[in-house]
Write a protein that binds this ligand. Structure first.
Ligand code: AMP
Ligand code: MG
Length: 399
């Protein structure tokens, strides 16, 4: 049996990052990865503007103004934000302006309303200001040509604001990973159908589809199939060319109805590995079929989940180039005991917080689901471990 690390390396060697790109509108771009540098096509602000409500005039005209000796100027215009006034402020005149208004020609300073008598026809100024004072200059925030989005960046809301401010409405981003997902099992029942004797509802489909959505992949084909080699072959043959990666769950062990071996052989897929030395999810099976990676996970829900986090997620990481998908390992100290021996390497559901580790409550069997709730990390326990005690140092994979 190979190790998890060998299995991961084998998978990653087979995967080519996707190169498809897509030009999308700004409102859809949040969280996507830019594949181009974007430079500001205009200055921001696009014109000299006022940062406050007040009056625009020539600084020289009010150089002598004070509370005791106000200077009076004639009001030539009122210029609200968004309005272009074609006039010029001549010596001895002023214009009422608002926050965001264009500074009129001829004016070289702004005085805030509170430092005047707020006059209409004539305005008394109680202070002097320097030339250029209280003006927010064209291009002061963003100079035309400044790089505002870099190739490889994750588009954030801040990018959206900056891009929108300079009128850039579309971004070229890397396409999302397209994934296929198929669960196999004669016992599986779809939601909405009554549960017959001996059957269970299909939970893997929801778990993995939800997780992939979480990780930025589009599950574009989703199937629930019987343990029927021909049916499963037909689905994979039909879907494989439209996806970047295909996941299955169930049927990878050694039982009579563990059909995935027969499926892969019938498809003529090239097996990369079967079985890795860890628990749960030992019998995970990986193959290449028509140049796509087929990852066949164990059917037991926690085994499927562990297989997916440890092998599927790194595969999505390589395909998408999305750095956020990189597996994060941390060290922690046990608050709880875990009494089970681990002859083989084992991953255990845990709750990790500020360096402390608790065992997730409820059953830890690989078929148990409830302990997934609230679990945010997997403890990576070495093979040969007699169990864990409070105070033990452990390594974890964050979910
Ligand atoms: P298998 O890997 O097919 O041998 O299945 C192992 C165990 O996981 C069995 O108890 C199955 O009933 C269960 N199982 C398989 N697939 C699913 C699924 N999609 N959702 C929930 N449980 C499953
Ligand atoms: Mg089965």
């Amino acid at each position: 049996m190979i190790t998890l690390e060998q299995a991961t390396e084998t998978l990653l060697n087979e995967i080519r990052p996707i190169t498809r790109t897509r030009l999308i509108s700004l409102e859809k771009a949040i969280g996507r990865i830019s594949v181009e540098d974007v430079h500001a096509p205009i200055d921001m602000p696009p014109f000299d503007r006022s940062p406050l409500d007040g009056y625009a005039q020539r600084a020289a005209d009010i150089a002598q103004a004070s509370r005791d000796k106000p200077v009076k100027l004639k009001a030539a215009a009122e210029i609200p934000a968004g309005v272009f006034w074609d006039g010029t402020i001549s010596p001895g005149s002023t214009a009422r302006i608002m926050t965001g208004s264009m500074i009129p020609k001829g004016a070289d300073c702004v005085v805030k309303q509170e430092d005047t008598d707020d006059g209409e026809q004539e305005v008394c100024f109680y202070v002097s200001v320097k030339s250029q004072e209280n003006i927010c200059f064209k291009g002061e925030d963003i100079k035309k040509g400044t790089r505002i989005l870099s190739c490889g960046s994750v588009v954030s809301y801040a990018h959206l604001a900056v891009l929108a401010s300079v009128g850039h409405s579309r971004v070229l981003v890397r396409d999302r990973v397209k994934a296929g997902l198929l669960s196999t099992g004669d016992e599986l029942t779809l939601l909405g159908e009554p549960l017959e004797q001996g059957k269970i509802y299909n939970s893997n489909l929801f778990m993995l589809a939800g997780r992939m959505e979480n990780l930025g992949a589009d599950v574009i084909s989703l199937y629930n199939a019987k343990d029927d080699v021909l049916e499963v072959c037909r689905i994979i043959e039909r879907e494989i060319d439209g996806v970047d990666i295909f996941f299955t769950t169930g049927g990878v062990s050694v039982g009579r109805r563990d059909i995935m071996h027969a499926v892969l052989s019938r498809l003529g897929a090239t097996i990369l590995f079967w079985k890795i030395s860890l628990k749960p999810g030992t019998p995970v099976l990986a193959a290449i079929y028509r140049e796509k990676l087929l990852l066949c996970l164990s059917g037991n829900p926690f085994a499927a989940m562990t297989n997916f986090e440890l092998l599927g997620r790194p595969s999505l990481h390589k395909l998408s180039g999305d750095l956020r998908l990189k597996l994060v390992r941390v060290k922690g100290i046990m608050d709880d005991a875990f009494s089970k021996r681990s002859p083989e390497r084992r991953f255990v559901r845990a709750v990790y917080e500020n360096g402390r580790v608790k065992i997730a409550p409820h059953s830890h069997s690989s078929g148990a689901l409830l302990s997934l709730l609230g679990c945010n990390a997997l403890i990576d326990i070495e093979g040969g471990s007699p169990g864990l005690n409070p105070g033990d140092n452990v390594e974890l994979v964050l979910l």
